[in-house]
Write a protein that binds this ligand. Structure first.
Ligand code: CTP
Length: 402
């Protein structure tokens, strides 16, 4: 995710400094080269040795340090950085930068850099709500500084409220977002994901093996690229992607209602969900008791959500998925035409490394003009990027974007 990127992690003094250690681990695991700059106060909470060991780089502490100057040569930290992440950022640090004060190494390099600066504040709730702090944050945002909002909860000072340093995984996600080109800015994308679940009685249901990974990967990538994303998801074990509006549903009928309610406010619909085609005709109100040697459950058809959306398509781009086990191109083409789609992502779910519950997929992308693009096996995250590239190209073709 962050391969080849140089990140300066600025750590200022607060009890949340220990969480910056976890953030450092996540940044390096994601492939970034990280140089840590600590303020004097930060070193009171965690020693520089911890950050040095985990970053495999010397920690920078002083404004004028001849040894580190020699080590990094004439290239200053400010110039080398692709991104600055300040976590935790105290009210004091934010106030100083907002007022143009550069009186230590961190404030000096932050002011000297042209790289994006991502600030993760952590402070007492009253400080966070103080109008002077608010003014400073607003001012910095106006100048293009990025913020990760703090979390809400029990603070170290005993207060309850906003001010906790955001969880490291979210700060990492925002770091990735800060380094991602916003080529989908202004797009409103609706994604569906996961299986649907059709109840037989209060304890049993019919469903399928869809994990939701493909749809979640598309939703996440689209939001990283600047789109406003709504994800309508059947039951999955995946956490809500950060920054995405997530609507959780269970049955196909609930998914249909959620999709239709959101349709007006979106330009692109990508239907990765594995919707159950049928549901039990009768849902028993109490647990069905065991009895006869065999049992039949009568099923009735669920609404075809994508076909319905195809009927109300207007200027939208519609992307469907086709899960097949035979005659891939013919079956997928039939779905593309029948459901009025612009594109269908077809996969042979019987292949190893494709389809349900795995991290990779092997697909062909079929377009309305008859083009069939055959893609090699790739990670679902990567495939999500390719699908969104094709969506963007279609939006440009339709003249919605330049
Ligand atoms: N789909 C839908 N509503 C349904 C069934 C499918 O919106 N009731 C959508 C899926 O989200 C997917 C596409 O239609 O984008 C194709 O789904 P798939 O299960 O491959 O095909 P079906 O149309 O259900 O046809 P079949 O099961 O006969 O292959």
């Amino acid at each position: 995710m962050l391969q080849g990127k140089v990140i300066i992690l600025g750590v200022t003094g607060g009890i949340a400094v220990y969480k910056a250690v976890e953030l450092l681990r996540l940044l390096t695991k994601a492939g970034a080269t990280v140089h840590v700059v600590m303020t004097r106060a930060a070193t009171e909470f965690v020693t520089p040795l911890t950050f040095q060991t985990l970053s495999s780089n010397p920690v920078h502490l002083e404004l004028f340090n001849l040894i580190s100057e020699q080590e990094i040569g004439h290239i200053s930290l400010a110039e080398r950085a692709d991104l600055f992440v300040i976590a935790p950022a105290t009210a004091n640090f934010i106030g100083k930068v907002a007022c143009g004060i550069a009186d230590d190494l961190l404030t000096t390099t932050v002011m000297a850099t042209k790289a994006p600066v991502l600030i993760a504040p952590a402070m007492n709730v009253n400080m966070y709500q103080n109008p002077i702090y608010r003014e400073n944050e607003r001012r910095l945002k106006e100048h293009g500084y990025l913020f990760v909002p703090p979390a809400c909860g029990m603070l170290a000072c005993g207060y309850e409220g906003e001010g906790k340093l955001q969880v490291p995984a979210v700060i990492l996600e925002e770091a990735v977002a800060a380094l991602t080109r916003k080529d989908l800015a202004g797009e409103r994308i609706l994604v569906t994901a996961g299986p649907t679940l059709e109840e037989i009685d209060p304890v049993r249901y019919i469903s399928n093996h869809s994990s939701g990974k493909m749809g979640y990967a598309i939703a996440r990538q689209a939001r990283l690229r600047g789109a406003a994303v709504t994800l309508v998801s059947g039951p999955t074990a995946i956490a809500d992607p950060w920054g995405v509006k997530v609507l959780r549903v269970e049955s196909a009928r609930e998914m249909r209602d959620a999709v239709l309610a959101e349709l007006e406010s979106c330009d692109v619909v990508i239907k990765a969900a594995a919707v159950a085609d049928y549901r039990p005709k009768q849902r028993a109100g109490t647990k069905m008791k065991k009895g006869a040697e065999s049992l039949s459950i009568e099923l009735e058809k669920n609404p075809d959500i994508l076909a319905e959306v195809g009927g109300r398509k207007e200027g939208r781009i519609l992307v469907g998925f086709a899960a097949e086990t035979a005659d891939l191109v013919a079956n997928a083409t039939a779905k593309l035409n029948a459901k009025n789609l612009d594109m269908v992502v077809a996969n042979d779910v019987s292949l190893e490394g494709a389809g349900f519950n795995v991290d990779t997929n092997i697909v062909k992308i079929l377009s309305k003009d008859g083009k069939v693009e055959e893609l090699p096996k790739m990670a679902k995250d990567q495939l999500a990027g390719v699908i969104l590239d094709r969506v963007l190209a279609l939006r440009r073709e339709k003249g919605h974007r330049i």
